[in-house]
Write a new protein. Structure first.
Length: 610
């Protein structure tokens, strides 16, 4: 009996020992997964590359990392080639450093695409791919560092002191040798310096012996360009620095539209042509973009960069559409990082005597400074988004963003026209200050907020009242409209208004079966005042949306639509000189009103009547 007790006790001790040993081994193995202490400048991308582990795996090994993000000093689990010390801790033979973007590099932002980056930096997607081996649209990642320009210090003429290299001639390729110059190469291959640099971005820093360069095929004085997917007429004429007239003259098939795979004849310019002589006869519109693509504040930069990039892409799409209509436009883009000091530094680089229109900046302090800076030259400055921009005493400033005052004024005018303002009932609270603002417009009216549609008795509503739907929620609007119709408010001369877009009264959008039908809405006398929406019933809106999607792989959002609408409007009929025309754009209605002794504010509202 005693023997059995001792044996059981010994077995228990052995099991515990094994368990403790196993736990110790497990602890050691877990630690051997390796802990990395996050340093300033680290990104998930560079950590994943250094430790040869995917970003998804890092998220799996570190629950909560995706929500909290990287924080300096935090320890995260990684899988790397570091080695364990005697104490069981990981010792790195070399401390990894986070890659930082130099002036010739670009750090990929959230929401970036190859196309967006190429437009932002003013280089083609082909150049990006050529400068970054293995780069594709599919493997582009946030925080990835891209080369955007080579940095070899060279001169235009190769020094005689350098040893020569034998010529390696393959079809359309040439290896640079001693004595080559841009002039001699252009003459030899029947092209020009600008075209050579377009196809070989490395040449922007000059020629160097041994460089293998590409020269385009040439036929009878023409460079042959094969159209790639995503290219536009505007990008091509900008790439080759030629006029739209020249491009259409030598490529009559372009009148039927640009298609991937087309071969275009690009006239080769005379090598002896003096560029200064060309500039003297300015027959184009010069547009300057000053926008915050990046910022020192990372969190602020993510949101602002997305908004800016979308706006910019929409604006460039408008430039391309205008080029198709024969407009000759030159555009130059500057990144002010959202800082006034950057805007002021950029201004020193620009010859404003040649500028016709400035799009941006975004922040009101930057906008005010720029408008004041170019006021004497009467150059129009468009402020795309800021609500706090002040156009007083700035006759050259255009405030694009529709204000709350303009919205309430537009709604109030429609109520007055119907003479229905003895009593005003507001349903919904999407626009929180609407009831108060209406009270300022109708000081002698009774104004009530209906808090519960279900409990409110519409049958007791006074005659000659106005009901204002202040909700973007289709279900709420539908319930209210149906209950009003059942109570026959329309028989008591009660009129219905709405503020903003809603699927209950805009057919074909929103929830399934949300649209109530013309008969009911007509009986209710609904009049909707809408700041912006896509009217897909209009062919031009529908076509532009799908043309944009075909080029950018996504439908335009409110930011890209603003970029398109305002750029197209200002340039099409030279409205930037004296804005007068009222225009319904892709998503925005533009109706500029000049402020006395000041600039312009937008009061454009879509009106839907039943």
């Amino acid at each position: 009996m005693c023997y059995i007790c001792i044996e059981n006790y010994m077995n228990l001790i052995m099991k515990k020992s094994l368990l403790i040993f196993s736990l110790l081994m497990l602890t050691h193995l877990l630690y051997a997964q390796q802990v990395y202490k996050v340093k300033s400048g680290d990104t998930l991308y560079n950590i994943s590359k250094i430790h040869k582990v995917s970003i998804d795996t890092l998220y799996e090994m570190n629950p909560g990392l995706e929500q909290s993000g990287l924080k300096e000093g935090a320890e995260i689990m990684v899988s790397s080639e570091g080695k364990a010390s005697k104490e069981g801790k990981i010792v790195y033979t070399k401390s990894p450093e986070a890659p930082k973007a130099t002036s010739n590099q670009y750090r990929v932002q959230k929401g970036d695409t190859l196309y967006a980056i190429s437009k932002k930096l003013g280089i083609s997607t082909d150049e990006l791919i050529r400068l970054n081996d293995g780069l594709t649209a599919e493997n582009l990642k946030v925080d990835q560092i891209l080369n955007v320009e080579k940095t070899n210090e060279t001169k235009d003429v190769i020094p005689e002191s350098q040893s020569s290299t034998s010529v390696v001639s393959t079809k359309n390729y040439y290896t640079v040798v001693k004595g080559d110059t841009f002039y001699s190469l252009a003459k030899r291959f029947n092209t020009d310096e600008a075209t050579l640099k377009t196809y070989n971005p490395v040449l922007v820093n000059g020629l160097k012996i041994g460089q293998k360069i590409y020269f385009p095929a040439v036929e009878d004085g023409f460079t042959i360009h094969k159209v790639k997917k995503g290219e536009t007429i505007f990008s091509i004429i900008r790439k080759y620095n030629i006029s739209l007239d020249d491009l259409l003259k030598h490529n009559p098939d372009l009148k039927n539209g640009l298609k991937a795979g087309m071969k275009l004849k690009i006239p080769v310019k005379s090598i002896e042509e003096d560029p200064e002589e060309v500039i003297k006869t300015k027959d184009y519109l010069n547009v300057i973009y000053i926008l915050p693509f990046n910022s020192e504040d990372y969190e602020l930069s993510k949101k602002r960069s997305f908004m800016t990039t979308e706006f910019y892409m929409g604006s460039l799409f408008a430039l391309d559409s205008l080029a198709n209509k024969g407009k000759k436009i030159k555009a130059k883009t500057f990144d002010n990082k959202g800082a006034l000091s950057e805007t002021q530094a950029i201004a020193k680089k620009i010859n404003f005597d040649e500028v016709d229109l400035i799009i941006g900046p975004l922040r009101s302090d930057n906008v005010h400074w720029m408008a004041d800076h170019v006021k004497s030259k009467k150059i129009k400055v468009i402020s795309p988004f800021s609500r706090s921009v002040n156009v007083a005493n700035r006759e050259n400033l255009i405030k694009a963003n529709l204000t709350q005052e303009a919205l309430v004024e537009g709604l109030s005018n429609k109520i007055r026209v119907r003479n229905q303002f003895d009593s005003i009932f507001v349903i919904g609270n999407d626009n929180p200050s609407l009831r108060t603002d209406l009270g300022k417009q109708f000081t002698n009216s009774y104004i009530e907020q209906i808090t519960s549609i279900k409990e409110y008795d519409f049958a007791k509503m006074p005659e000659k009242s106005s009901i204002v739907l202040n909700t973007m929620n289709a279900s709420i609007a539908k319930a209210a409209l149906e209950k009003m119709y059942e109570a026959r408010v329309q028989d008591r001369n009660i009129k219905t208004f709405a503020v903003g877009y809603n699927a209950s009264y805009v057919k074909g959008k929103g929830l399934n079966n949300a649209f109530l039908g013309n008969s009911m809405l007509t009986d209710l006398g609904l009049l909707a005042v809408i700041p912006n929406y896509f009217n897909d019933n209009k062919y031009n809106v529908y076509k532009t949306k799908y043309d944009y999607k075909r080029e950018n792989e996504a439908f335009p959002d409110k930011y890209s639509s603003a970029g398109f609408d305002w750029t197209y409007y200002m340039i099409l009929n030279n409205e930037f000189k004296n804005p007068k025309t009222i225009q319904e754009g892709l998503f925005n209605k533009i109706q500029l009103e000049k402020v006395e002794k000041g600039g312009y504010v937008n009061k454009g509202l879509f009106i839907i009547r039943y």
